[in-house]
Design a protein around this ligand. Structure first.
Ligand code: ZN
Length: 270
């Protein structure tokens, strides 16, 4: 038996209310969704915010407002995004790091994103890693490709990222590496020894399979409207908490334990 952390990505940058009308958008809605997700078993909140028009923003002040509301309601660990949205500069994307959240995502390479792409050169990755180190933020090293795992080891060798290491293995991004349990297992096999990792599988078809594969392979799991809006085929999830509850059931049914926020703080030395 082991403790498995559930990350909930409640909003994301690209998901819309047209895809699921229950998507939380304002800081208050995000904070309430995070509280409910935590109550259902999520230990980590992956946080994106939106502007007043509902468009993705990396504005530090919107993050500040959201983080204050979340902390007032829930003990959940907050992982801010530095991926932002397609077309944003690195300076824009890095803004929430200065708020010293406990965790932040750190994209480890350039990746197709449907018809678009997100650029992450090695110098950009170094800037991001350096800022996180300065502010005491634990990176989640997001890898969308095998080359990203190898690139992450450069940051480690240069001392910009230090153990305990936590990876986010992102599969099934449109025009990226497709998800299969075999592919996920191969990615996991390439990680530095002793790394912890979370499977991030995008889209309704891969969501549950990704959770089950991660549980079987010794990882953590991620669910939420950023990655998938369906509870089952053709059935929209009523809330992020409903998706978390489904993942928590899979973890318990496998004979493992759902990690609490403080378990994650201990495991990742936050
Ligand atoms: Zn994200």
């Amino acid at each position: 038996m082991r403790k498995i952390a559930i990350t909930c990505a409640v909003t994301g940058a690209e998901t819309t209310r047209a895809q699921n009308p229950n998507l939380p958008i304002t800081p208050a809605e995000i904070a309430e969704s995070a509280r409910a997700a935590c109550d259902a078993g999520a230990a980590i909140l992956h946080l994106h915010v939106r502007d007043a028009q509902g468009a993705p923003t990396q504005d530090r002040e919107v993050f500040r407002e959201a983080i204050a509301l979340i902390r007032a309601r829930s003990p959940i660990v907050i992982e801010v995004t530095t991926g932002g949205a397609v077309g944003m500069s690195l300076a824009q994307r890095m803004q929430p790091i200065a708020l010293s959240p406990e965790m932040a995502s750190l994209d480890c390479g350039t990746v197709n994103f449907g018809d678009d792409y997100i650029v992450n050169t090695l110098p950009m990755m170094r800037d991001c890693a350096r800022a996180m180190k300065e502010h005491g933020v634990r990176p989640t090293l997001e890898c969308f490709d095998l080359s990203h795992i190898d690139a992450s080891t450069i940051l480690i060798e240069e001392g910009l990222v230090e153990p305990p290491l936590h990876y986010g293995l992102v599969l099934n991004v449109p025009a990226g590496v497709r998800f299969s349990e075999e592919t996920l297992a191969f990615f996991v096999d390439r990680l530095p020894a002793g790394s912890r990792w979370t499977a991030i599988t995008i889209g309704g078809r891969a969501a549950l399979k990704g959770v089950k594969a991660a549980v079987a392979l010794g990882g953590f799991v991620r669910v939420g409207f950023e990655d998938n809006v369906y509870l089952a085929k053709g059935v929209l999830a009523k809330s992020n908490a409903e998706l978390v509850g489904q993942a928590a059931d899979i973890i318990r049914d496998s004979g493992n334990e759902v990690a609490a926020p403080d378990d994650v703080r201990e495991m990742l030395a936050l």
